[in-house]
Write a protein that binds this ligand. Structure first.
Ligand code: 13P
Length: 247
């Protein structure tokens, strides 16, 4: 039986004051039995990490550099993220892939550095609307997974979380139906099972894209959906906790 993980990706939102309020709201609310994590903007990691000490809520980063240290202006290393108290690091979010032109290869290198640093990568994969309409959803997510599998081996997926985030569902209010999401999750697990059944059985595969308290219950009841990566709804403690309770 896989544990359910509800992770909030705060993206580039908030201020010091609003972040403190949000963490207080989450910490003092009913967190239920799901595993919880929050991924604040990098500048707030130390602050939020301190506030979460001793709580059931884990800390995650929104990205991690593919290099250990050196002349990489603007990047944050896995070692630094560990020091800040991170357990997770998101890699390959579609906004990074699309807006900052991160290739499958770079995402795989970031994934490798997360593992090497002792972080659990949350590897985001998913198709665009055009790709779905073209009927190539499975080949797109397979290609994104293969970039990691080909360089790290299938066993490396034993230390990660995968987030299936259809790009057309992110921030649009257009959530995938439970059947659409389940079908892709089952495809992902099946692809990995063909290489390593033990890894596939224990792998947490999260759904992301307009998940909210109203639709979370049905999505999370699907057999291959093991949690959620939440954007907008994670910015309100009440909504984030309601999603966790739906799990
Ligand atoms: P929304 O929940 O705002 O659609 O964002 C999902 C997401 O991108 C999480 O990483």
């Amino acid at each position: 039986m896989r544990a359910t993980l509800i992770a909030g990706n705060w993206k580039m939102n908030g201020s010091l004051q609003s972040v403190i309020q949000l963490v207080e709201g989450i910490k003092t609310g009913d967190v239920g039995t799901a595993q919880l994590a929050v991924c604040p903007p990098a500048i707030y990691l130390m602050k939020v990490g301190g506030m979460l000490e001793g709580s059931q809520v884990s800390l995650g980063a929104q990205n991690v550099c593919d290099q250990a240290s050196g002349a990489f202006t603007g990047e944050v290393s896995g070692g630094m993220l560990k020091e800040a108290g991170c357990r997770y690091a998101i890699v390959g979010h579609s906004e990074r892939r699309a807006l900052y032109v991160e290739s499958d290869e770079l995402v795989a290198a970031r994934f490798a550095m997360a593992i090497e640093s002792g972080l659990i990568p949350i590897l985001c994969i998913g198709e665009t609307l055009q790709e779905r309409e073209d009927g190539i959803t499975e080949s797109v997510v397979a290609r994104q997974l293969d970039a990691v599998i080909d360089t790290q081996g299938a066993a490396a997926l034993g230390n990660c979380v995968i987030a299936y985030e259809p790009v057309w569902a992110i921030g649009t209010g257009k959530v995938a139906t439970p059947e659409q999401a389940q079908a892709v999750h089952a495809f992902i697990r099946g692809k990995i099972a063909a290489l390593d059944t033990a890894v596939a059985d224990k792998l947490q595969i999260l759904y992301g894209g307009s998940m909210n308290p109203g639709n979370a219950g049905e999505l999370l009841s699907q057999p291959d959906i093991d949690g959620g990566l939440i954007g907008g709804a994670a910015l309100k403690a009440e909504d984030f906790l309601a999603i966790a309770q739906a799990a």
